[in-house]
Design a protein around this ligand. Structure first.
Ligand code: AHR
Length: 661
């Protein structure tokens, strides 16, 4: 689905053919599933999501706001706006900050109009246009102040191609002091790239600020809401957690550009806008986005709220006193870390404190007196080196002292096996750590070869969070080659659920017309959205997670030239459903029969079902054909222990067998 891309982090090895190689086992492989063994609990957080405002995933994406730069705070305040000066009109507009209604976003637009003619005003282009739907209502709102001249009646319109008017309404501005004005627009047609035009009715001087156009149809109908279709796609994953807000966003290119959660709560108009670090990151690869800023409409309150909606544990990540080490690598001196540590303590209070506490009161005033019940916190995103661990130790000591129940997450850097990674694992035993975050962006064959990675993990050490991962094919597309390799890898996470407790694909969201990085889990445009083949794998595993592991032994599997198997398996019990779940991944180009030995099962099993994902290696889900890669379900009738199941080429199979635990 995604267009061709620049390379970002992973190597460009063209080894997708490893998957396609026709590997057939000499004898039928056998999967022994020991249903008599007591397995380990599988974490309810095993499958979650990682949200970062990259690829216009936040502003212009999951945030439903349609006006770009409504606060005029972008470095170039005219960004997103055009002057409307139709025949006979005369006037101009500029920007001012005196006597502003919002101290932290002080800049506003001043229109000075000599003649109205056929129309004078401003026009906003949205985020690569505004998606509007026929019959849907949108609330236009702004802060307005009449500086000179008669009362105004602003004509507010949604325009389609060739300026056809899709919606129109008038709103009065008569106050000499700042007043919030609003009016509803009813869209007469569906248009993915509408624009918003605001025209004055009389000569004079008028100030406008915090201009907004919000659909009423948001997730749960909330006013500062999120795009319902995108949140629904997240909900459909049944995520066990949401890691937020990043990602490199947390770090910032410089410390000044870092994510500061306190600036993301309270009235949305007064959350200070900053440039998005993905604005310039890949400008040298033609992926700059000069108009990418963070308005924090999806701030920490909205984040905790959506976690609660989806039944997902919040996993906030905070800056640890370091800017992105791929950029400035700026460091906060150790003896100046206190405000950063205090931010972490205050976030815990914001999430969990009583309404009588300072930050608990802020949460209550925003509409959620009950605590959000945050249990985990990541210190730093993708940091590395001694500077990281000395800073991490300061945070960990302070948080452990005050909130011993909060599970702390530490970083191992950007790669899954390099000197930074090994250095991190050398330091981890010296600091208080509960969960270790590992990131893997790598070619598909890395994932195929690393299904056994966690078999070797120290069982007595901290738990593992595979916090960011994605298989990168050379074209960087979200095709079945990448999704299948991820499925193979995930069976290894499941088999090792006693140590691996969380995982998330990355990144999550990408706008078709405004992305910086790919592949991504979900693609969208201004009106449509679709889960990729990779999404389909995530959903399949999440929906069929189970509660406890069941040991499996796979013998006789076909192997690649490097000796690594290309058949993969895991098994679990679902106590509620009283079912045994067996997952099998065939990463070969041939149909593969597998004999299933179910230890402890003597009688044939009836009433089971198989859910199968199989596709051509280049198959993709697109906005036009979102179900290109989709599961097919089949009733199993009678399944005899020791019987054989043939796995289609390049496929993932989930067997659900009603076998009481
Ligand atoms: O997921 C995209 C980026 O990859 C994240 O911001 C960062 O943590 C990693 O390098």
């Amino acid at each position: 689905m995604s267009p061709r891309l620049p390379l970002v982090l992973s190597s460009a090895c063209a080894l997708a053919s490893v998957i396609a190689a026709p590997l057939v086992a000499a004898t039928t492989p056998t999967l022994t599933v020991d249903t008599t063994a007591a397995g380990a609990p599988i974490s309810p957080q095993m499958f979650g999501v990682f949200f970062e405002d990259i690829n216009f995933g936040g502003d212009g994406g999951i945030s439903a706001e349609l006006v770009k730069n409504g606060s005029f705070e972008f470095a170039d305040p005219i960004t997103g706006w055009r002057k409307v000066e139709r025949p006979g009109a005369a006037g101009g507009f500029g920007f001012a900050t005196e006597d502003a209604p919002f101290a932290r976003n002080p800049r506003y637009a001043r229109l000075v109009v000599q003649a109205v003619g056929e129309g004078f005003g401003l026009r906003n282009d949205g985020y690569r246009g505004m998606g509007v739907t026929q019959g849907a209502r949108y609330e236009f709102s702004a802060m307005a102040r009449l500086v000179a001249g008669e009362a105004q009646s602003l004509r507010v319109e949604l325009l389609g191609p060739k300026d056809v008017v899709l919606a129109s309404a008038d709103v009065a501005v008569s106050d000499r002091s700042w007043t919030r004005v609003s009016v509803d627009l009813l869209a007469g047609a569906t248009e993915p790239k509408a624009t918003l035009r605001i025209q004055v009715s009389a000569p004079g001087t008028l100030d406008l600020e915090a201009i907004s156009l919000m659909p009423y149809d948001t997730w749960k109908g909330r006013r500062n809401g999120l795009r319902a279709d995108l949140v629904q796609l997240l909900a459909d994953l049944k995520p066990g957690f949401i890691r937020f807000p990043g990602g490199c966003i947390v770090e910032g290119r410089t410390l000044e550009n870092r994510y500061q959660w306190k600036n993301t709560v309270g009235p949305v108009e007064d959350r200070p806008v900053i440039y998005n670090r993905w604005n310039v990151e890949f400008a040298d690869r033609g992926k700059g986005a000069y108009d990418y800023y963070q308005s924090f409409r999806l701030g920490f309150f909205e984040y905790f709220q959506v976690c609660a909606d989806l039944g997902a544990e919040p996993v906030p990540i905070l800056n640890c006193g370091m800017a992105c080490q791929f950029n400035s690598g700026e460091l906060v001196p150790l003896d100046e870390l206190d405000p950063y540590v205090q931010d972490a303590l205050d976030l815990i209070e914001f999430a969990n404190g009583p309404v009588t506490s300072g930050w608990g009161r802020v949460r209550a005033e925003m509409g959620h007196p009950e605590p959000f019940g945050m249990k985990m916190l990541g210190i730093g995103n993708e940091q590395w080196g001694p500077q990281y661990f000395e800073r991490y130790a300061v945070f960990a000591k302070a948080i452990r002292a005050k909130h011993p129940g909060i599970r702390l997450i530490t970083s191992t850097g950007p790669f899954p096996e390099d000197p930074k990674f090994h250095y991190a694992w050398g330091e981890i035993p010296k600091v208080p750590v509960d969960i270790v975050d590992e990131h893997s962006y790598a070619p598909p064959e890395w994932f195929l070869d690393n299904s056994q990675r966690y078999d070797r993990q120290d069982r007595k050490g901290p738990r593992i969070f595979v916090g960011e991962y994605a298989a990168h094919v050379p074209t960087r597309r979200n095709n079945w080659t990448s999704a299948l390799a991820e499925a193979a890898f995930i069976t290894g996470l499941e088999r090792n659920a006693d140590v691996v407790v969380m995982s998330a694909y990355a990144p999550l969201l990408a706008h078709m017309d405004a992305w910086q990085w790919n592949p991504n889990l979900i693609w969208f445009d201004n009106l449509r959205s679709a889960g990729t083949a990779n999404y389909t794998v995530q959903r399949l595993f999440s929906h069929h997670r189970g509660d406890t592991t069941v040991p499996v032994r796979l013998e006789g599997a076909p192997a690649a030239a490097n000796g690594q198997p290309r058949l993969y398996a895991s098994a679990a019990r679902d106590a509620g459903a009283r079912e045994l779940i067996v997952k099998l991944v065939n990463a070969t180009a041939e149909a593969q029969p597998v004999a299933l030995a179910l230890n402890g099962v003597t009688a044939p099993v009836r009433g089971g079902r198989a859910i199968v994902l199989a596709a051509a290696l280049d198959a993709e889900n697109t906005l036009e054909a979102p179900a290109g890669v989709a599961p097919v379900e089949e009733a199993l009738g009678e399944f005899a222990p020791g019987g054989t199941r043939t796995l289609p080429p390049n496929s993932v199979t989930v067997l659900r067998l009603p076998i009481a635990p």
